[in-house]
Design a binder for this molecule. Structure first.
Ligand code: HEM
Length: 478
């Protein structure tokens, strides 16, 4: 049962995430309209905006996932609210540092800040250390939060129980709720990748303070960067799935999802293989040992397919020929699974080496990750937000938001990503403030993508204002 302090901090996270989300979408629309030549911003502004947009989006949906599992896990264990408050304070500080480095200091090396870009100073010289320090602040805050939650899980369950290994034999002595299993798998991944971010930052600072006496190995730095970046983006999505497993059957008024041997197996595969799937970002680095490239392709399949298959199967069994309650949260969860699977297929197409030769660093890349984020993970978290906002105000699960908003969300969201896919299929490179001259006649794809994003934004604003009123209620409740 959630305490009032947990409700308040969860509500604070939701409001903060939604405000930052709306601003970050506006940044995204600005980029699309610039690529479509509808507006004109300087290349420096474009790349500062791109850096902040990417970091903010990855960051807010990570904390949204952590806030959601923190809240839901309180049904099974007691987790101190203070670690969430601590993480919140340091997250605000980290965001202010990062945004200042980009918007005042003009730092614009992209959210992946790939070595050695941060040292090729094309901005105020203080912006590089401020950016790296901002990342360190966020890393520490989220590490403390993730370790704190995992510690409480491990106080109640053994590590093998959290991973559901007893479900590999018949009649398991104890049942691991899927929320515990998926939260543990995701938290382990998040902790490992945040630790790798610490190593990365130490290497950056070592070079920064060495005055040229020491320089890093670019290939090693790229491996660590993508280990961190790819892993955190994916683990965040799994946190969203943890909420789905916990809430979707409950909202549907059906029996809870259970951990079976195949559910446990799928999530154990995800735990292991997601940590090596990042190698698919380095296919074009021909000095990378060939074995790693092969691991990259195989791990990309093994990390995603089993978890996607069991989730799609569980959701299909829940909804097929069953009179389930289609509340807004459930519709969002269901659509999120669609977005995750469509984006996942796009990702696997790109992670297959023979295709990557053509699609590498084209708009196919933002196409697939925007699909499983904007139309996948975001919807999982929104489903939680809608459910919890009603929980705060003791309202029925489907009160307040008309379902036509969903039509706008689907039209805007899928239309927006379709324009990226078409661009990628026609080989338009990603991360270009203006398309190269060869693609001048295709800039309309960007403009149209921007307008679809406006439609998506309208639906997000609608959902936000409806849950905002309910979220604010927890501050007046005694
Ligand atoms: C409708 C909402 C959104 C719009 C309009 C939008 C727009 C854009 C645009 C135009 C780019 C640059 C693409 C390029 O040319 O390479 C971009 C990059 C990116 N977006 Fe989005 N986006 C949206 C939602 C999201 C969401 C929900 C996430 C993640 C949860 C996200 C994460 C990113 C990341 C990580 C990058 C890469 C930044 C970089 O390369 O440094 N975006 N987005």
């Amino acid at each position: 049962m959630a305490s009032i302090s947990l409700k308040r901090i969860t509500s604070t996270w939701i409001i903060t995430v939604m405000v930052l989300f709306v601003i970050a979408i506006l940044f995204g629309i600005t980029m699309r309209f610039n690529q479509g030549k509808l507006i004109q911003i300087s290349p420096t502004s474009f790349y500062s905006i791109m850096t902040v947009h990417g970091l903010t989006m990855i960051g807010i949906w990570s904390v949204a996932g952590l806030a959601a599992i923190h809240y839901l896990l309180s049904r099974y264990l007691s987790i101190p609210t203070s670690i969430s408050v601590f993480a919140f304070i340091f997250t605000v500080l980290g965001v202010v540092m990062l945004w200042s480095s980009a918007f005042i200091g003009e730092f614009h090396a992209g959210w992946t800040f790939l070595y050695p870009l941060p040292f090729k100073v094309a901005w105020k010289s203080w912006a590089t250390p401020l950016f790296l320090s901002g990342l360190a602040v966020l890393g520490v805050a989220w590490l403390v939060w993730s370790v704190g939650i995992l510690y409480q899980i491990l106080k109640k369950y053994t590590i093998t129980q959290t991973l559901g290994w007893q479900h590999f034999s018949t009649n398991p002595s104890i049942e691991t709720p899927p929320l515990i299993l998926i939260s543990t798998v995701s938290l382990i991944g998040i902790i490992v990748c945040l630790l790798s971010a610490v190593v990365l930052l130490v290497l950056f600072f070592a070079e920064y303070f060495s005055n040229g006496a020491y320089s890093n190995d670019p290939l090693l730095m790229k491996n660590i960067t993508y280990f961190f970046g790819h892993t955190i983006a994916n683990e965040t999505l799994y946190l969203g799935l943890a909420s789905l497993y916990e809430l979707m059957p409950e909202i549907s008024k059906k029996p809870k999802f259970k951990t079976t041997w195949y559910v446990a197996l799928a999530w154990n595969c995800t735990l292991v293989f997601i940590l090596t799937a990042f190698f698919h970002h380095l296919y074009m680095d021909f000095v990378q040992p060939l074995g790693f490239q092969m691991i990259g392709q195989l791990a990309s399949y093994f990390a995603s397919l089993p978890a996607a298959a069991v989730t799609a199967f569980s959701v299909a069994v829940l909804v097929y020929k069953n009179q389930i309650r289609w509340s807004l949260s459930n519709i969002l969860f269901f659509l999120g699974v669609m977005g995750w699977i469509i984006g996942g297929i796009g990702a696997l197409i790109d992670a297959t080496i023979s295709n990557n030769i053509i699609l590498h660093n084209t708009l196919w890349v933002p196409a697939h990750f925007h699909t499983y984020n904007a139309m996948g993970n975001v919807l999982f978290s929104l489903a939680f937000f809608v459910w919890v906002a009603n929980d705060f105000s003791d309202l029925p699960v489907d009160s307040g938001i008309p379902k036509f908003i969903i039509s706008l969300l689907v039209l805007g969201g899928f239309g927006f990503v379709l324009m990226f896919y078409l661009g990628g299929a026609m080989s338009i490179p990603r991360r270009f403030a203006l398309y190269p001259p060869e693609f001048n006649n295709l800039s309309w794809l960007a403009t149209l993508g921007g307008w679809f994003a406006v439609v998506y934004l309208i639906s997000i604003l609608f959902i936000f204002f409806t849950i905002l009123k309910k979220c604010l209620k927890v501050f007046s409740a005694s």
